[in-house]
Design a protein around this ligand. Structure first.
Ligand SMILES: *[C@@H]1O[C@H](CO)[C@@H](O)[C@H](O)[C@H]1NC(C)=O
Ligand SMILES: *[C@@H]1O[C@H](CO)[C@@H](O)[C@H](O)[C@H]1NC(C)=O
Ligand SMILES: *[C@@H]1O[C@H](CO)[C@@H](O)[C@H](O)[C@H]1NC(C)=O
Ligand SMILES: *[C@@H]1O[C@H](CO)[C@@H](O)[C@H](O)[C@H]1NC(C)=O
Ligand SMILES: *[C@@H]1O[C@H](CO)[C@@H](O)[C@H](O)[C@H]1NC(C)=O
Ligand SMILES: *[C@@H]1O[C@H](CO)[C@@H](O)[C@H](O)[C@H]1NC(C)=O
Length: 844
């Protein structure tokens, strides 16, 4: 008795002692003081807030700051009193009006934040988040103050660098004065407040380095190492335009910093070496610093080393200086423009197109929403216009403008030529008609359209930078993996694919195994029915066990592909190059005796549909798992559309083509089929539409027109299926509505989107996340393809979570599926069942 009572007392005592200390660790309550030697540590332990001295020789100079907790690297990411160091023992207190006050030993205020006018009875504490943000959240849920809104020299995941559309004012990340002096230094970084269309780094007040000009809402994806992906996004809302970045879960600490020596760097922590590794650093060379090449010249970064050149139609102003490497005087026209004036203005002039350029600075944005022809005509018709550039803004989601026309009137400075694979856009220079490659309004415009389309696909800010990394990483990984991970017991044939793939000297030879037909017959027990694990429009899939026990999936393509064996093999090699953790890996191929076989990794959990739509098993998929599947499929699709250089459109994304690995991570299957089968099925000329009923976008099923936006549509349908657990082709369970899509839309409109959530996982479901997903899903299934977001936007929205929900447009009613009505659905449904996975609908 006594013993148990004292045990209880001891427990109570422990609780009493421990509770306040654990809750106080990451928080500073009103009236409390943080003393000189005390710290706050974020819940999760990543960041610490406290006082530090940057210079060991001068320990008396103390600053309030936030740094990474890991003892191996006390890297300061934020400083409060940048130019007012404390001499004695400083303290930090939170006043009852929610203002933070840092004072020195004598009580002198060195730094403070503005409080909120009325101090409510219940003032919230200041809390250090595990993202490194010191936050005071007001009782009404709004942010009273946060350190993320007051960056110093470091840009962390979750932070935003903004420019307000209303005031034109923007955030700046400002370097330290020197490595041991946090006072504001010379160099700063932020969005160009003049145009909001580019990022600038300044040395004092002068531009020092400039990013490419932005061409729409975009996400840049950078693959650092297996499992570490960095997403950088530009988000344009009605109020502001901002730059933000995030990293994939579990990634090592990652930050951008503006150094005191004038570099803007992306760094990631390398635990093995206990040091920061520099992933990128700008400016990358002297040639790429602002205006290094002078007027009417550009830095050619495709040359090694990068060097200055004159724009087409121009020659060095001072040839002697130019050849000796002094480029400051720039270039001048070889041939003067004819006198301009009077009415037309366009006579006697034309344009030279320079593709793959980081276009010059000092442009002005012509009124939006023009066609390429109109943009050319605007420039041709204005005597002071010397150049223009036109971009299609299909990727700019929220705004009405579908294009961007920018024009230059004065000197052309700070242009760059970029490797075409890394992005850039076409610059049209005004020249005398005789020197022109295109005439205004006519041929020029057609060229503009032709060039604009591929450019848009890679219209990512900073694409170039990410691309280098991506190539490097992939090449390295493939070299090791193709040796290590490809199946033992397979004869590997070496195929040189570098020319086909256009990688030039970047890739060495690629090991791609060609597997003997006999081996496959043995592995699949002569294509035994009992080993068949799937069937689709492209052929049958068998489970096979190769020599050495390696289990694979073998896809035997149906013979109606009119591709030759060599062509097929080349395609397969291309597809094998598409490697992403959310794509099923292609391991090899076989082309013997008219047979075309593809060998894939085998995934024991099979298709998502087998679990998602099975009332007995669907509870395995709780909400976090489903959200992980949605995000994974989105990333895989983004990779196919944008990041892989091949621009693969899947055309048959559906639940059964999403396979799950042992950890329930999704892998998209059948993604290369459109390529493998050649373009004839892709274009409308065969009048055949390939796809599965319910997942096919309206414009595809009625007009045979498809694009990456048709895949976005299928993704939207899949997303709604995953959230609701209802098959798009289901006839039961969607009340009186003709389809899952219209059911979802009506629930959404009535503010009851939560009712769509699959009851079997309602317990684990976050309403905010589910509602964001449904919102995104409904945007993806809009009838008008141009209103659907690109996968880059989808990934960005999903990664940024509900914070991004506010800026999303409202989905419009999906009229098409409702108009189609039930009759046409039923007949197609028959068709779907007959061919199991694949339906071939007849186009118009
Ligand atoms: C807030 O603090 C000020 C000064 O410390 C004090 O005069 C005031 O009474 C306090 N207000 C409340 C509501 O506690
Ligand atoms: C510090 O407090 C003063 C007085 O409340 C206020 O005027 C000033 O704006 C505050 N400083 C900052 C940086 O908010
Ligand atoms: C920055 O500007 C200052 C003054 O104009 C100049 O002395 C310095 O060299 C510049 N720094 C760099 C890295 O260009
Ligand atoms: C860390 O550095 C070591 C040594 O340079 C290198 O081998 C390793 O790949 C690096 N790790 C990461 C995750 O980059
Ligand atoms: C011609 O271009 C200049 C510079 O962009 C601009 O200021 C001017 O208004 C334009 N003129 C016409 C008629 O559009
Ligand atoms: C731009 O043009 C497109 C189609 O030409 C139109 O749908 C859109 O409303 C226009 N946007 C604005 C802001 O005028």
């Amino acid at each position: 008795m006594d013993l148990s009572r004292s045990a209880v007392l001891l427990l109570l005592l422990l609780l009493a002692v421990c509770f306040p200390c654990s809750s106080a660790e990451d928080q500073l309550a009103v009236g409390e003081k943080l003393l000189a030697e005390q710290t706050l540590v974020s819940d999760g332990g990543a960041f610490t807030l406290g006082f530090f001295s940057p210079d060991d020789d001068d320990p008396a100079r103390r600053y309030l700051g936030i740094w990474y907790s890991n003892p191996g690297h006390r890297t300061v990411v934020w400083v409060a009193n940048r130019d007012a160091p404390a001499a004695g023992a400083p303290t930090l207190a939170l006043a009852n009006d929610s203002s933070l006050v840092m004072s020195d030993a004598d009580g002198r205020v060195l730094w403070n934040t503005t409080g909120v006018g009325s101090s409510s009875s219940q003032t919230a504490p200041a809390e250090l988040g595990n993202d490194g943000n010191l936050l005071i959240q007001l009782p009404d849920g709004t942010v009273g103050w946060q350190s993320f809104d007051h960056p110093t020299d470091t840009f962390l995941p979750g932070m935003k660098v903004r420019v307000s559309h209303r005031t034109g004012k923007g955030d700046r990340i400002v370097s330290w004065r020197s490595p041991d002096d946090p006072a504001p230094g010379r160099f700063s970084y932020g969005l160009d407040p003049g145009t909001s269309l580019q990022l600038l780094m300044w040395n004092g007040t002068r531009p020092y380095w400039r990013s490419p000009v932005w061409k729409g809402y975009a996400v840049a994806t950078m693959y650092v190492s297996a499992g570490t992906v960095i997403y950088t996004a530009i988000v344009d809302t009605d109020e502001e335009i901002s730059l933000a970045f995030s990293v994939s879960g579990g990634a090592a600490p990652t930050r951008y910093v503006v150094t005191s020596s004038g570099k803007f760097q992306l760094l990631i922590w390398n635990g093995t070496r206990s040091a920061w590794a520099t992933l990128q650093s700008w400016p990358s060379s002297e040639c790429t610093t602002y205006r290094h090449c002078g007027a009417y010249a550009y830095c050619d970064t495709t040359a090694a080393p990068a060097t200055c050149r004159c724009l087409d139609g121009f020659e060095p102003a001072k040839p002697a200086e130019w050849t000796s490497g002094r480029f400051g005087q720039g270039c001048r026209r070889k041939e003067a423009l004819p006198p301009c004036g009077g009415g037309g203005g366009g006579n006697g002039v034309g344009f030279i197109a320079m593709p793959s350029m980081k276009v010059p600075d000092k442009f002005s944005l012509d009124a939006g929403n023009r066609s390429a022809e109109e943009c050319a005509a605007r420039c041709a018709g204005n005597c002071s216009c010397v150049a223009y550039a036109y971009a299609n803004l299909q990727s700019s989601s929220a705004k009405g403008d579908v294009s961007r026309c920018i024009v230059w009137a004065g000197e052309l400075v700070d242009a760059q030529m970029i490797d075409p694979r890394w992005g850039g856009e076409t610059l049209y220079l005004r020249v005398p008609a005789a020197a022109a490659s295109t005439s205004p309004g006519g041929k020029a415009s057609r060229n503009a359209v032709k060039i604009a389309v591929p450019v848009v696909a890679s219209a990512l800010l900073l694409t170039c930078i990410f691309f280098v990394w991506f190539c490097r990483y992939r090449d390295k990984r493939r070299k090791t993996e193709s040796q290590k991970k490809l199946m033992p017991g397979i004869r590997t044939g070496t195929t040189n694919t570098s020319s086909e793939i256009g990688e030039g000297d970047r890739t060495g030879d690629l090991e791609f195994p060609s597997i003997g037909f006999g081996d496959i017959v043995a592995a699949t027990d002569n294509f035994s029915k009992t080993l068949m694990i799937g069937r689709g429009g492209f052929g049958k899939v068998y489970k096979g066990t190769l020599d050495g026990g390696h289990v694979v999936a073998v896809k035997r393509l149906s013979k109606d592909s009119d591709q030759g064996a060599e062509e097929f093999k080349n395609e397969a090699i291309l597809i094998a190059k598409l490697q992403h953790r959310n794509l099923v890996r292609l391991l090899g191929c076989c082309t013997e005796g008219g047979e075309k076989l593809l060998i894939y990794e085998y995934l024991p959990n099979k298709g998502l549909d087998a679990i998602l739509f099975d009332s007995g098993r669907k509870s395995v998929l709780d909400w976090p798992t489903r959200l992980g599947i949605i995000k994974g499929v989105a990333r895989g699709l983004l990779y196919l559309h944008q990041d892989s250089r091949l621009t693969v459109i899947h055309r048959d994304l559906k639940a059964s083509n999403v396979l799950l690995d042992a950890e329930m991570r999704p892998k998209i299957a059948d993604f290369g089929m459109a390529k493998i089968f050649g373009d004839n099925q892709v274009k409308a000329n065969t009048r055949k539409v390939v796809g599965t009923y319910g997942y096919i976008a309206p414009e595809y099923s009625t007009e045979g027109v498809f694009s990456d936006k048709s895949d976005v549509y299928s993704f939207g349908v899949l997303l709604l299926e995953i959230v609701s657990g209802i098959r798009v082709s289901a006839t039961e369970g969607i009340m009186e509505f003709p389809s899952l899509i219209s059911y979802a839309w009506h629930l959404w409109r009535e503010g009851k989107a939560g009712k769509l959530v699959d009851p079997s996982m309602a317990g684990s479901c976050s309403q905010d996340e589910a509602s964001l997903c449904i919102h995104v899903g409904l945007l993806c299934v809009e009838d008008d393809p141009s209103r659907r977001p690109l996968m880059s936007s989808v990934v960005s929205i999903l990664e940024n979570g509900s914070a991004s929900a506010l800026s999303l447009p409202t989905p419009v009613q999906p009229a098409f599926v409702e108009m189609m009505g039930e009759k046409s659905q039923r007949s197609d449904l028959e068709n779907t069942r007959n061919t199991m996975a694949m339906t071939v609908l007849q186009g118009r």
